[in-house]
Design a protein around this ligand. Structure first.
Ligand code: ATP
Ligand code: MG
Length: 406
């Protein structure tokens, strides 16, 4: 098929908005006789007038040759090799055109050195365009000729704000169910409409997400909730029945858990907007909290041991679906365990405020108010206590003991 070709002026693309490193890689490949393009999120977001997160490069140069051309590069991946070219401030991912044929098949022959012998994995630009997921993710930009190359009507869909798979939605989702989450993620990020064909295909095949390796689902969850469009992602995941599927233990666990999530994710997005860091542990603590809340009766009679058991089993259950790396589980557990300490105002409350995880626990405590409006008085107390000097802290504890207890 003949692609549509546009000049970059038409979209007001300014090369100053493109990573210098990416441009220099393309120019080097070009000087060595290869074609090279920016593809995927980089050019999609440029056309949309958004600041792209990164720039992926695709070329007809094969990985070993790319490796040879760039000293600062290394080949990663076994079955699907790609090259990471490292710069002081970024790593630019450079891949070779792939045909899409056989990419998921076990029949690819690999020799002793791990090199793919059968060459059908590499393809032409056209084949590469058709193996991508969404039309809007399959637009190529050649910064040397300043041409935008579009085989799949991606530019039109960007203009019409449509999320559409290349080819048959059902088939593309069966090939790789993670594409369901990708479709939702880009719809959430760009505020685009999900094509009816995709919505139907999601309905029919969403359960296949549960067959996806936990680590891959985890990566997608992070992208859905930590890229500044968590609230939108949450709404769409709910709409398509995916949220309950990947967080099944949370399902209907509290009446107003929907409000809890909406408030939490709106806050998450606000943090991204003002450039504050997000903590993956805090995200998971939030995602799983309604289930903990219901199971534990926190705020009423609860002991540390029982609470810990509920916490540990909730994390374990979630890990059967989306992995939660060990380095975050202690943060999640601490954030939750500390919640009990907000109920036990006394001498130890002073050292609690000095705990390295106090700040996160406190932020989490504030979040709980949506589920437990009765916390508001105590939240005021803790907010005052947190800011107070030592003497005032002692006074606050004493007066709490005298008058505070109901
Ligand atoms: P982001 O802004 O999140 O980086 P992106 O579109 O660049 O968005 P990546 O995950 O970086 O997304 O992938 C780069 C490109 O690779 C995509 O734009 C798409 O063309 C292709 N791609 C990625 N994942 C898949 C998939 N599961 N199936 C088909 N094509 C994919
Ligand atoms: Mg990308």
């Amino acid at each position: 098929m003949i692609p549509s070709i546009y000049n970059d002026k038409r979209f007001g693309i300014n090369q100053a908005d493109i990573s210098k490193n990416a441009l220099s890689i393309i120019s080097r490949l070009h000087k060595n006789g290869f074609d090279a393009f920016i593809v995927g999120g980089g050019i999609r977001d440029l056309i949309k007038g958004l600041g792209p997160k990164d720039f992926d490069i695709v070329t007809n140069c094969e990985p070993e040759k790319i490796r040879g051309l760039f000293k600062n590069s290394r080949i990663i991946g076994r079955r699907f090799k790609l090259v990471h070219i490292a710069f002081p401030n970024e790593i630019v991912e450079t891949t070779t055109f792939r045909s899409g044929i056989n990419t998921d098949s076990e029949s690819i022959e690999i020799n002793d050195q791990g090199r793919i012998i059968s060459d059908n994995i590499y393809g032409t630009q056209e084949e590469d365009a058709y193996r991508r997921d969404l039309t809007i993710n399959s637009i190529y930009y050649n910064p040397i000729t300043k041409e935008i190359i579009d085989y799949t009507d991606g530019v039109k869909d960007l203009k019409e704000r449509r999320i559409r798979f290349i080819g048959d939605a059902e088939k593309r989702i069966i090939e790789d169910p993670v594409r369901i989450l990708r479709a939702i993620r880009f719809a959430a990020k760009l505020n685009f409409t999900i094509d009816k064909a995709i919505a139907d295909a999601i309905d029919n095949h969403k359960h296949q997400l549960l067959q996806v390796p936990q680590a891959r689902l985890y990566e997608e969850v992070i992208k859905l909730f930590m890229s500044g469009h968590a609230l939108n992602s949450y709404i769409l995941l709910q709409k398509h029945g995916i949220f309950d599927l990947i967080f099944p233990h949370v399902k209907n666990s509290a009446d107003n858990f929907d409000d809890f999530y909406k408030k939490a994710f709106a806050q998450t997005d606000d943090r991204v907007k003002i450039g504050k860091k997000l903590n993956i542990g805090f995200l998971y603590a939030t995602l799983l909290w309604p289930a903990i809340f219901i199971k534990s009766n926190i705020g009423q009679k609860i002991n540390f041991k029982k609470f810990y058991q509920i916490i540990a089993s909730s994390i374990r259950k979630q890990q059967t679906i989306t992995s939660i790396p060990r380095r975050f589980t202690s943060f999640i557990k601490d954030t939750w365990m500390h919640q009990i300490r907000f109920d036990r105002i006394g001498k130890k409350s002073i050292s609690f405020t000095q705990n390295i995880r106090f700040r996160a626990a406190y932020d989490f405590y504030l979040l709980r108010e949506t589920l437990e409006p009765s916390l508001s008085q105590k939240i005021k107390w803790w907010t005052e206590f947190k800011a107070a000097n030592y003497d005032k802290k002692v006074r606050l504890i004493n007066s709490f003991k005298k008058y505070g207890k109901k």
